[in-house]
Design a protein around this ligand. Structure first.
Ligand SMILES: NC(=O)c1ccc[n+]([C@@H]2O[C@H](COP(=O)([O-])OP(=O)(O)OC[C@H]3O[C@@H](n4cnc5c(N)ncnc54)[C@H](O)[C@@H]3O)[C@@H](O)[C@H]2O)c1
Length: 262
């Protein structure tokens, strides 16, 4: 049996007056949903970024059309490239007059047993998922430190806690994102910046259905106490809470978005 999907919750003004930057937001997944939710929660402007130029332009138009918000901007960028990271954050700072909230959503994985793993595949997953989050966090922290304000939300995964076959690279990267979140949060607390992470278990969307075997997705859904994966907006809702002043006394925390804790 699966627990039914609740009604889509209307925005409550959680990000009223804030500006937002989100990476990897041109997919069908959590990043795009978080961008939509941020607008619904009243943000004053948003920059979405992605490595895929065509989908990014389409996503900007879609967000504008669906929400009526005009302050939606797109900037292509690869979080694995330091120059892209700095250009993205500098552009967002200019377009938005300062970034209040950064959501580090970019992360990727493959399915490969460790004994078949070649260095390039291992390194790519670590470089985008862990190093990309580190690069974005490091540069954004420097700017937020000057202002003495700001919030960063990272996207981890329950695989940072749990074991799963053929996921050693991705799980290692996400465990790293968790450790990075805790340590960076301690440093950032000194200058008034909060850093937390969400750890989703499974959020099924169109692109994931194309890339992951149907049997594996069914097996993972069956392991959830709810008998289903999360809707992408159920993960985005937690990001909104962590990005908002409602979580003002939280930093360095990893919040599980799962119906089955490790
Ligand atoms: N979907 C899930 O079940 C699930 C579960 C746990 C964690 N996560 C994490 O959530 C995040 C979002 O995943 P999602 O499945 O919702 O997909 P998504 O649609 O939010 O993100 C995929 C997007 O990332 C972009 N991208 C890939 N490499 C990039 C790079 N180097 N720089 C910038 N953009 C890049 C792609 O072009 C694509 O548009 C990831 O960090 C993922 O590891 C997802």
């Amino acid at each position: 049996m699966s627990i039914k999907i609740p009604e889509y919750v209307a925005g409550h003004g959680l990000l009223k007056g804030k500006s937002v930057l989100i990476t990897a937001a041109a997919g069908a997944g959590i990043g795009f949903s978080a961008a939509q939710r941020a607008i619904e929660e009243g943000c004053r402007g948003i920059v979405i970024s992605d490595i895929h130029e065509g989908r990014l332009a389409a996503s900007v138009e879609k967000l504008k059309a669906e929400t009526g918000c005009e302050q939606v901007f797109g900037k292509v960028g690869n979080v694995a490239v330091e120059d892209d990271v700095q250009a993205l954050i500098n552009t967002a700072e200019e377009l938005l007059g300062g970034v209040d909230v950064l959501i580090n959503n970019a992360g990727l994985g493959t399915t490969k047993s460790l004994i078949e793993m070649e260095d390039p595949e291992w390194n790519k997953v670590i470089d985008v998922t862990l190093n990309g989050t580190m690069r974005m966090t490091r540069y954004m922290m420097k700017i937020m430190k000057e202002r003495g304000d700001g919030v960063i939300v990272n996207n981890a995964s329950v695989l940072g806690w749990r074991a799963q076959k053929e996921q050693s690279h991705y799980a290692a990267a996400k465990a790293g994102v968790m450790a990075l979140t805790r340590c960076a949060a301690l440093e950032a607390a000194d200058f008034g910046v909060r850093i937390n992470a969400v750890a989703p278990s499974l959020a099924v969307h169109a692109m994931l259905k194309k890339s992951a075997p149907a049997e594996l997705l069914a097996e993972l859904e069956a392991k959830e106490a709810y008998g289903r994966g999360a809707e992408v907006w159920e993960v985005a809702n937690i990001m909104m809470f962590l990005a908002s002043d409602y979580s003002s006394y939280m930093t360095g925390e990893i919040v599980s978005c799962s119906s089955q804790r490790a």
